[in-house]
Write a protein that binds this ligand. Structure first.
Ligand SMILES: *[C@@H]1O[C@H](CO)[C@@H](O)[C@H](O)[C@H]1NC(C)=O
Ligand SMILES: *[C@@H]1O[C@H](CO)[C@@H](O)[C@H](O)[C@H]1NC(C)=O
Ligand SMILES: *[C@@H]1O[C@H](CO)[C@@H](O)[C@H](O)[C@H]1NC(C)=O
Ligand SMILES: *[C@@H]1O[C@H](CO)[C@@H](O)[C@H](O)[C@H]1NC(C)=O
Ligand SMILES: *[C@@H]1O[C@H](CO)[C@@H](O)[C@H](O)[C@H]1NC(C)=O
Ligand SMILES: *[C@@H]1O[C@H](CO)[C@@H](O)[C@H](O)[C@H]1NC(C)=O
Ligand SMILES: *[C@@H]1O[C@H](CO)[C@@H](O)[C@H](O)[C@H]1NC(C)=O
Ligand SMILES: *[C@@H]1O[C@H](CO)[C@@H](O)[C@H](O)[C@H]1NC(C)=O
Ligand SMILES: *[C@@H]1O[C@H](CO)[C@@H](O)[C@H](O)[C@H]1NC(C)=O
Ligand SMILES: *[C@@H]1O[C@H](CO)[C@@H](O)[C@H](O)[C@H]1NC(C)=O
Ligand SMILES: *[C@@H]1O[C@H](CO)[C@@H](O)[C@H](O)[C@H]1NC(C)=O
Ligand SMILES: *[C@@H]1O[C@H](CO)[C@@H](O)[C@H](O)[C@H]1NC(C)=O
Length: 415
């Protein structure tokens, strides 16, 4: 096999693994005319209860998604136009539209999922079909134009998250194909600066805040009788979705914790240790670690956040006490240099950077030997694998050369 073939195979495998979010085309027709057409990729993040924990799954809308012609409608009977896409066993995503003559918008977004489907929801403790609805999602366009948003847009629908990307859609269509004129979402306008299309009209999407970059690493310790009993060093970033007063809609925001504005408190008990970080009296983050004294293993079992920011309509509170992160053994610290995402609830996750913690068995104010996270170990593996692959290649070339030489040698002898 030629090297170029190997490379081609690797590239194809890479595309197959990482390019796996598929685009689907969905159309609602009545008679011979199309009234709604959508081309999009969607990924769903759904949290559900399993026997003893809360789990979150990510599903993308598969290629096999179809339009449910029974419930979809063009709204000619007086109702609203409705696109209902169905996939798998009893899952559905619905978009209902409304218009005032000059603009049309997605009036509500409906998600239905079937917890009996164990291929998506393994171990669910319920077999319900759950339906959640979110109103006024902020997708708007002028009538007779196509709404375009290549950038991902995330919406909260009940306890789930729906992320659209690469989206082109139109309702109240004048023809059977997407109109060439486009209404481009704000996220695309900022990312492509000065869009060259002439026929664009702006939509009323909220501006997307610029990401804050990597958080600074802070050193935190909890004291008991004057000596440290819990040590932590990490950069922390909150990924939070809340209803913004100024933008009059739910927004997704990344907020870094500044170590120099953060105060530390907490407690250390025999089988439970808590680290509480408070920033500017408006943000309180609570990490609770649990030690199993039988197995001598500890883990981060609970995270809660209280936030009361000026742009919030009500204080934000999120807590999950059935987590299982940062697992390590007593007498060791836990380390993870790679970025880690600790999902708490669909509305909150915590990203950690260059983390090292030890919640139990701290002596002499210092971290004990670290157990490293899988991601760090994998990152160390990459150079090893590349090295091994190169060594293998050299060996193959060498063997091929030796065989070739032996053959030509043998051929020479017979003459
Ligand atoms: C659909 O198109 C076909 C052929 O183009 C035509 O015969 C039929 O009458 C049309 N039906 C409607 C409802 O317009
Ligand atoms: C969402 O839209 C559909 C179709 O227009 C409608 O039947 C349903 O009542 C709406 N749901 C809510 C909560 O507004
Ligand atoms: C939910 O999933 C189960 C198992 O896959 C299936 O038997 C059932 O028909 C589904 N329910 C609906 C409403 O499709
Ligand atoms: C439709 O709504 C938009 C925004 O709310 C408004 O600017 C426009 O004037 C409305 N058009 C009509 C015909 O009511
Ligand atoms: C499923 O588990 C959650 C918590 O884990 C619990 O609140 C809920 O009542 C359980 N539901 C059923 C049907 O057992
Ligand atoms: C949209 O296009 C249709 C058909 O081309 C036309 O009748 C209608 O007036 C247009 N509407 C607007 C708001 O431009
Ligand atoms: C901490 O100090 C108090 C009194 O100063 C003492 O009663 C307690 O046992 C000490 N706790 C530990 C864990 O050393
Ligand atoms: C923040 O959370 C959303 C929804 O869970 C996710 O799509 C996004 O990638 C997250 N962003 C970062 C930087 O973690
Ligand atoms: C916020 O949005 C809702 C629905 O989109 C609207 O009814 C309401 O008037 C808006 N409020 C403000 C203050 O803009
Ligand atoms: C905290 O640190 C940041 C960056 O390191 C700096 O810009 C800011 O002024 C500091 N604030 C205080 C109160 O020291
Ligand atoms: C922190 O979380 C733990 C576990 O949920 C809880 O027991 C504790 O009271 C919390 N502490 C504060 C100060 O909120
Ligand atoms: C502690 O670990 C042991 C052995 O792994 C396990 O059997 C036990 O259920 C664990 N206890 C708790 C409270 O999780």
């Amino acid at each position: 096999m030629k090297l170029s073939h190997v490379l081609a195979t690797l590239i194809i495998a890479w595309v197959a693994v990482f390019g796996c979010i598929q685009a689907v085309t969905l159309e609602v027709r009545e008679g011979n005319s199309t009234c709604i057409k959508a081309e999009l990729s969607a990924s769903l993040s759904i949290t559900y209860d399993a026997a003893s924990s809360t789990r979150t799954v990510q599903v993308s809308l598969p290629d096999s998604t179809t339009v449910d012609t029974g419930s979809s409608s063009c709204g000619t009977d007086g109702g609203s136009p409705w696109l209902v896409a169905v996939f798998g066993s009893g899952h559905a995503l619905g978009l209902s539209f409304s218009t005032n003559g000059s603009l049309y918008s997605v009036a509500n977004l409906t998600l239905q999922y079937n917890l009996s489907d164990s291929s998506i929801f393994p171990g669910a403790n319920s077999s319900d079909v759950v339906t959640v609805v979110s109103a006024s999602v902020g997708i708007w366009a002028s009538v007779n134009t196509t709404y375009r948003c290549v950038s991902p847009l995330t919406f909260r629908v009940g306890g789930a998250g729906v992320t659209f990307s690469d989206m082109r859609l139109e309702a109240y269509m004048p023809g059977n194909d997407l109109s060439p004129a486009e209404s481009v979402c704000t996220a695309d306008q900022t990312s492509t600066t000065a869009s060259p299309t002439t026929a664009t009209t702006t939509t009323t999407q909220a501006p997307v805040p610029t990401p804050p970059g990597q958080p600074e690493r802070g050193s935190y310790s909890v004291l008991r009788n004057g000596t440290a009993c819990l040590l932590a060093q990490m950069g922390l970033q909150l990924n939070i979705s809340y209803f913004s007063q100024s933008q009059n809609q739910t927004i997704q925001e990344l907020v870094n914790l500044s170590p120099n504005l953060t105060t530390v408190s907490g407690s250390c008990e025999a089988s439970s240790a808590t680290l509480i970080l408070t920033q500017a009296q408006t943000t309180t983050l609570n990490f609770t670690f649990t030690l199993n004294s039988t197995s001598n293993k500890y883990h981060l079992g609970a995270i809660s956040l209280l936030a009361n920011w000026s742009d919030m309509t009500a204080p934000f509170s999120a807590s999950n006490t059935s987590l299982d992160y940062l697992r390590s053994s007593l007498g060791h610290s836990y380390m993870c240099n790679a970025e880690q995402t600790l999902a708490v609830l669909p509305v909150l996750s915590v990203n950690t950077f260059r983390l090292q913690v030890q919640p139990f068995g701290v002596t002499t104010n210092q971290f004990a030997t670290a157990e490293e996270c899988q991601m760090d170990q994998d990152q160390m593996l990459i150079p090893i694998i590349v090295g091994a692959a190169l060594a293998g290649l050299v060996l193959i070339v060498l063997i091929a050369y030796l065989i070739g030489r032996k053959k030509s040698h043998a051929g020479y002898q017979t003459i």
